[in-house]
Design a protein around this ligand. Sequence first.
Ligand SMILES: NC(=O)c1ccc[n+]([C@@H]2O[C@H](COP(=O)([O-])OP(=O)(O)OC[C@H]3O[C@@H](n4cnc5c(N)ncnc54)[C@H](OP(=O)(O)O)[C@@H]3O)[C@@H](O)[C@H]2O)c1
Length: 222
Amino acid sequence: MEIGIIGGGGVAQTFGAALRGLGHTVTLGIRNATLAELDKPRQGGVPLAEWQQKTGGKVASMADAAKATLLVNATQGEHSIAALTSAGADNLAGKVLIDLANALDYTRGFPPALNQAYSGHTSLGEQIQGAFPQTRVVKAFNTIAAAVMVNPGLIKGDHDLFIAGNDAAAKAEVTDLARALGWSTVLDMGDITAARGTESLLPFWLTLMRAGGPIVNLHVQR
Ligand SMILES: NC(=O)c1ccc[n+]([C@@H]2O[C@H](COP(=O)([O-])OP(=O)(O)OC[C@H]3O[C@@H](n4cnc5c(N)ncnc54)[C@H](OP(=O)(O)O)[C@@H]3O)[C@@H](O)[C@H]2O)c1
């Protein structure tokens, strides 16, 4: 499948490399896809020229990446709607968009809080769905570290991937992709408003991470 990941940071690189490993065609989309930009160091990842060489993936503009069949939002949450707007609503229309982003407020340093513009009686996932009504948004993968997103076996025992979205067929497609990445437990939390809950896990996840490192996840038992 052709997969376009909007974003070129550490998460986009890790997710994209894993999808390349599964045999997909992957294009990362960034704002300024010049040769000079591709050579720059990237926090949490490698220069994008090196990523291309190592993975066989491509780097292009956000609009070019969004021409793929299945899309992933891996941008900073507070800039996601701007990034997806520059990717082009027409390119996004009708497609599944996995939204793995979180909108965090670092104005008081680390650990960040939830960004109030995207929390409470709303969420980033809902705002993206509202801004792009023709797009089939599935909130997923935002509650775990990038290394775990693509390798759940890093954590022993049962642990869960939470997904949310309005379109059942889109969620089934994302579930299949997650299974291919090794996820055995994918919990459908409901429509896109359930992103309020999964995005709200972030402060707790950061607490867990500070207590014992980022290779950690939750498992729900009833
Ligand atoms: N770190 C984790 O393990 C983890 C786990 C779960 C979820 N997440 C979420 O995954 C997302 C990506 O994380 P990351 O660490 O890879 O992020 P990042 O490197 O800080 O940024 C990702 C992308 O955001 C784009 N961006 C930044 N400012 C922008 C703006 N003003 N307009 C348009 N685009 C802008 C950048 O585009 P350019 O390339 O053009 O600069 C960049 O490629 C975040 O939402 C994060 O919360 C992270």
